[in-house]
Design a protein around this ligand. Structure first.
Ligand code: PLP
Ligand code: COI
Length: 339
């Protein structure tokens, strides 16, 4: 038995036993290789190091009450990684290779999948990098796809307890015709100054606005933003945000609960009208927001007056976790059980 404090796990790197790698050379993908090294050997002129030719994914595997291990919606992550590859001109990882690499890595590290019911899961990190050497600005001819995993706890230390967030207007993570809609490292580098300052100023995360007139909400750091008013679930449809698979799933679940779905630009000016607001993503799951402060104007919006998540956010959270842990019926076939 592993000596791990499953309940106290942070969201962070955790060394496990194996990772899986696959190289693209001479115009084709090779065989999957299993490695127990945490390091990769790379050419110093690899395009990922100089020109940001890289993309990653974030997924989770959960141990159910029945002891089985389920991976959530892997096809959506495979699709999004292909779209990221296209966006920065990398070789696309075929679905079959993506699937085999993810499932093999989880299986090889199965003992690290946290037990049911402790609020932890196995985070899966697929990574695609330009490994070929170039000095001119151009796409590499060689790529490395790899997958590593590690047990994690909640992304925000508050877990499902409401957090405070800060609207920023002096930094952008992405531009309208840039790379905000794909999962490439540069977007995260661009978010670091705002995010770090936000943490120093006491906020769990920052909320980025549209980089044009800055009247609208883009997303909440490494998560999408959603808001609930009466019977409506609203979420921004900005072209510079990452299409979140969690958000996609929550929209389906909200619809099934009888809510209207409103996908449209969401103005800062209307934040005072909502009953519940939150951030959602693989790492964040649902993170209810109790307070939003507009850093520039000082304007403050408050929710969760009783200190707890709102009823609809709670219902959505329980339904999503229930499906992922095999307690609720998986009517849409979102889970794949690891055999
Ligand atoms: N937005 C950003 C910028 C992210 O990094 C993530 C995390 O992957 C999300 C949103 C949420 O997406 P998903 O629900 O697919 O994890
Ligand atoms: C995720 O939710 O999977 C993310 O990738 C967010 C962050 C850790 C980058």
């Amino acid at each position: 038995m592993l000596d791990i404090d499953w309940k106290g796990l942070p969201f962070g790197y955790f060394k496990t036993d194996y990772n899986v790698r696959c190289y693209y050379r001479d115009g084709k993908w090779g065989e999957l290789e299993i490695s127990s090294s945490e390091y990769i050997n790379m050419h110093m002129a690899a395009t990922c190091l100089h020109y940001g030719q890289e993309a990653f994914e974030g997924m989770k595997a959960f141990r159910g009450q029945d002891g089985k291990v389920r991976v959530f919606r892997w096809e959506e992550n495979a699709k999004r990684m292909q779209s990221s590859a296209e966006g920065v001109m990398m070789a696309k990882v075929p679905f079959e290779i993506f699937k085999e690499a993810v499932f093999k890595t989880v299986k090889l590290n199965e003992k690290y999948v946290p037990p049911f019911g402790l609020g932890a899961s196995l985070y899966i990190r697929p990574l695609l990098i330009g490994s070929g050497a170039e000095v001119g600005v151009k796409p590499a001819k060689e790529y490395l796809f790899m997958v590593f995993v590690g047990p994690v706890g909640p992304y925000f230390k508050e877990g499902f307890s409401p957090v405070s967030m800060q609207i920023v207007r002096d930094y952008d993570r992405a531009a309208p015709h840039g790379t905000g809609h794909i999962k490439v490292g540069g977007n995260y580098a661009a978010s670091l100054r705002a995010l770090t300052r936000g943490h120093e100023e006491g906020f769990a995360s920052v909320i980025f606005t549209n980089s044009g007139d800055r009247r609208f909400i883009d997303e909440a750091g490494p998560a999408n933003f959603f808001a609930i008013k009466g019977n409506t679930y609203t979420t921004p449809n900005s072209s510079s945000i990452l299409p979140s698979i969690t958000n996609l799933s929550l929209r389906q679940l909200a619809k099934d609960m009888g809510l209207e779905i409103d996908l449209r630009p969401l103005a800062i000016d209307e934040l005072g009208d909502f009953d519940e607001v939150g951030a959602c993503g693989t790492a964040a799951v649902i993170s209810p927001i109790k307070k939003i402060v507009d850093r520039e104007t000082g304007r403050t919006f408050e929710y969760c007056k009783d200190g707890k998540a709102g009823p609809i956010s709670t219902k959505l959270y329980e339904k999503l976790r229930g499906i992922q842990e095999g307690i609720e019926d998986d009517v849409y076939g979102w889970n794949t059980i690891i055999e």
